[in-house]
Design a protein around this ligand. Structure first.
Ligand code: GLY
Length: 299
């Protein structure tokens, strides 16, 4: 049986924050990114507002970002060096530290949902490649044609061998019971070797949630994020400093200085306070809580 974590008495203010990946400033496409994260945060918010769980909220928000062709997750994922799509995703619920992840999956439109099934129905934490595919089939998840996930934009980038923006997506939410959940999904690194797995599939690196502290979703150079176990380290900083913005900033400094990479992260603490930081020119972020009439889209 999973250990029950000590729960902190708190005002249960549902809150959700999402990101659309740390990367370059896309110029005129900024508006599209802004609209994409705004729509995703509203979808997750609707779940929380109706009394749904943080887990349902982050899954809903990340699915919206996976379905949006502008982000590097689900449809719109970058291509490997072989011209294929291989996606990673993970999800975590912070009361009992339940978590699930998939890596190198190519025929699933919403890898975050498969990661959730791994968490809830497999008895494992991480399934990859053909094993993940067989599990998806056994779970009744519909396969998609991998070609349907390739957008003309990513195909053109691949053909031109341009470096793509590492626009991983993620969400962190707290529900009215004080449960914190986090999820992350990505097509990974443009031009990566087939079989490469990044931080987004690794609990503690790209994703982490512990309801008595908070939750984190990371984006950026996966190898660097893995080197410093960024998501868990960010929560440790949060526990020490009790200041989400400070913790996010210190964690990104760690990524740059010790991890030798670039990226960013979003963070939500057990009180519902949000923080984020990035070392790249841009990281689309949107957040929503009961005090706001409209999502905040601060970029
Ligand atoms: N952060 C996404 C990746 O490197 O795969």
């Amino acid at each position: 049986m999973s250990p029950q974590r000590a729960r902190v008495p708190a005002p249960r203010v549902p809150t959700i924050i999402v990101h659309g990946g740390a990367g370059a400033d896309p110029g005129q496409a900024r508006d599209e990114l802004r609209e994409g994260v705004r729509t995703a945060v509203l979808e997750g918010w609707q779940v929380l507002r109706e009394g749904g769980t943080a887990l349902d909220g982050v899954e809903r928000a990340v699915r919206a970002l996976e379905d949006h062709p502008r982000f590097n997750a689900g449809r719109g994922s970058v291509l490997t060096s072989a011209g294929t799509i291989e996606m990673d995703a993970s999800i975590m619920e912070g009361d009992r530290l339940h978590c699930g992840a998939v890596a190198a999956v190519s025929r699933i439109a919403n890898p975050v949902t498969l990661a959730r099934r791994v968490m809830e129905a497999s008895g494992h934490v991480l399934l990859v490649g053909d094993g993940a595919r067989a599990f998806a089939h056994a779970q009744g998840l519909r396969e998609c044609d991998p070609e349907s996930l390739v957008t003309p934009r990513q195909l053109a980038r691949h053909q031109e061998r341009m470096a793509a923006m590492k626009g991983t997506v993620g969400a962190v939410a707290m529900d009215r019971n004080g449960t914190v959940a986090a999820a992350t999904s990505t097509g990974g690194l443009a031009g990566k070797l087939p079989g490469r797995v990044g931080d987004s599939a690794l609990i503690g690196c790209g994703t982490y949630a512990e309801s008595s502290i908070g939750g984190v979703s990371c984006t950026g150079d996966g190898e660097a994020i893995i080197r410093v176990v960024l998501a868990r380290r960010a929560l440790d900083y949060l526990k020490e400093a009790d200041d989400p913005d400070h913790a996010a900033g210190v964690a990104v400094d760690l990524l740059v200085e010790e991890g030798r990479g670039q990226g960013g992260l979003i963070l939500l603490d057990w009180r519902g306070r949000t923080g984020w930081a990035h070392s790249t020119p841009l990281m689309p972020v949107a957040l929503m809580s009961p005090g706001l009439a409209e999502p905040r889209v601060p970029f």
